[in-house]
Design a protein around this ligand. Structure first.
Ligand code: TZP
Ligand code: MG
Length: 196
């Protein structure tokens, strides 16, 4: 299941539920709920809505940052950044998928006990306000060489550049904007055709 197109919700493009439903209808089977602003009650309510929705499509639900919300919403996994709880700590608390964002070979080596890595940003992105400097496809290749767990490239990936990313040997690509525009269907087709 940790393969293919991985969609991350972002409320600047619409409601989390609407965005998720749209990509689920297009065949995406990994959804991450990412929300940095709402209070915890709101986050939990949306996470539970997304749980119901993803269950009905037999899709994975991953919660960004928060293992407590992941547990309370019965999500499949949690996605951790470099400033969130360490993967070893989260493993002890949560019996589910644990993903970690990495930006360098050093971070990737430390995150080896995760179930998958999010590697990037590969390209410049305007979606994440505090995104780090792009690592490029060369940086992506260097990291992939060092790890054996599934890896999703992230950051500025679109229908025009996704093939060069896929050729690096990633398990999939994690995106926001590529799936909120009108080229969403093309994007998914390109990825699925390459990875099949
Ligand atoms: N983490 C690194 S880049 C990014 C996140 C959440 C945003 C990716 O969005 P887009 O629109 O696919 O560049
Ligand atoms: Mg985080």
């Amino acid at each position: 299941m940790l393969k293919g197109v991985y969609f991350i919700t972002d409320s600047s493009f619409g409601s989390h539920e609407e965005l998720a439903r749209r990509v689920l209808d297009l065949g995406v089977r990994i959804i991450q709920f990412r929300e940095k602003k709402m209070n915890d009650r709101e986050k939990l309510r949306i996470a539970r809505n997304l749980r119901e929705l993803t269950d009905s499509y037999d899709a994975l639900l991953i919660i960004n940052d928060r293992v407590d919300i992941a547990i309370a919403a019965d999500a499949d996994g949690v996605h951790l950044g470099q400033e969130d709880l360490p993967v070893g700590v989260v493993r002890d608390l949560f019996d589910g998928i644990v993903g970690v964002s990495v930006h360098s070979v050093e971070e990737a080596k430390k995150a080896r006990i995760a179930d998958y890595l999010g590697i990037g940003p590969v390209f410049k992105t305007t979606t994440k306000e505090d995104a780090r400097d792009p690592i490029g496809v060369s940086g992506l290749r260097k990291i992939i060489r060092e790890v054996e767990i599934p890896s999703f490239a992230i950051g500025g990936i679109n229908a025009d550049n996704v093939l060069e990313v896929l050729r690096c040997g990633v398990s999939g690509v994690a995106v926001v904007s590529a799936l909120v525009g009108d080229r969403a269907k093309d994007f998914i087709e390109i990825v699925n055709k390459f990875l099949k």
